[in-house]
Ligand binder design. Structure first.
Ligand code: PGA
Length: 248
């Protein structure tokens, strides 16, 4: 099975820092290791320069994702970036991160609207949830629209929906910053898959590092990790990728 390891850079890095990170990643990563699909989600202005840099690095194993998307397709929405701008740059979009819900008042309805737009434009949504009430909203959306089928995007089979289970208390830069247990994350993954379908990929996020990732990914219900702080340092991030258990 291929694990999804997603880096959420949040509001960090300049263009030159990002390009240096990429160069170092491509230099240091073990090209033989194919256990993971790695997606980097930088701030919007870094997407195009990073796409160009990836194009130059022929064997890069990295994919790009956005950290958010407008709930509107296009139009007079100052400051927003929509699917028509993103679809030439990324395959993935993070939606409903707890920091967006907390600092920008993002609602479940907006999250649902963003998921719908992603599906319409063949972008794979990575929906962050901290509890099952947020999963219920997605389940209603799933019943009322037609997502749920795997599809082929740019030659790669992609899951239709990725759920990042991130307990509010586990985000490293949050007020608590306490890692969840693999057992509890597994229970949540089972409940999420029961609600959204067994096809759904569930990844864990919150204080993931090279020490604890093994314990999470040994649980077969967890399909990867969303990594914030520890993804900013390329050496730490590569250690996380290299720590992925090989015995499954
Ligand atoms: P963290 O962030 O790895 O720094 O806890 C995860 C996230 O907020 O997505």
């Amino acid at each position: 099975m291929k694990y999804l390891i997603i880096a959420n850079w949040k509001q960090h890095k300049t263009i030159s820092e990002a390009i240096n990170w990429l160069k170092e990643f491509n230099h240091l990563i073990d090209q033989r290791s194919s256990l993971s699909q790695v997606v980097i989600c930088p701030p919007f202005p870094l997407l195009r320069p990073m796409q160009q840099a990836l194009g130059d690095a022929k064997n890069s194993r990295l994919h790009l994702g956005a950290q958010d998307i407008s709930p509107f397709e296009k139009g007079p929405y100052t400051g927003e970036v929509g699917p028509l701008q993103l679809k030439d740059l990324v395959n993935y979009v993070i939606i409903g991160h707890s920091e967006r819900r907390q600092h920008f008042g993002e609602t479940d309805e907006q999250v649902a609207q963003k998921v719908k737009l992603c599906i319409k434009h063949a972008l794979t949504p990575i929906v962050c949830v901290s509890g099952l009430d947020q999963v219920k909203v997605l389940s209603r959306l799933q019943r009322s629209s037609n997502f749920g089928q795997a599809r082929v995007t740019r030659g790669a089979l992609q899951a239709p929906l990725i759920i990042a289970y991130e307990p509010l208390t586990a985000i490293s830069t949050g007020p608590v910053g306490k890692l969840d247990t693999p057992e509890h994350a597994t229970q949540m993954a089972l409940a999420i898959k029961a609600s959204l379908g067994q096809n759904t990929k569930v990844i864990y996020g919150g204080s993931v590092d090279e020490e604890n990732i093994k314990r999470f990914l040994r649980q077969k219900e967890l399909n990867g990790a969303l990594v914030g702080q520890a993804s900013l340092d390329v050496k730490k991030f590569i250690k996380i990728i290299n720590a992925i258990p090989t015995n499954q």
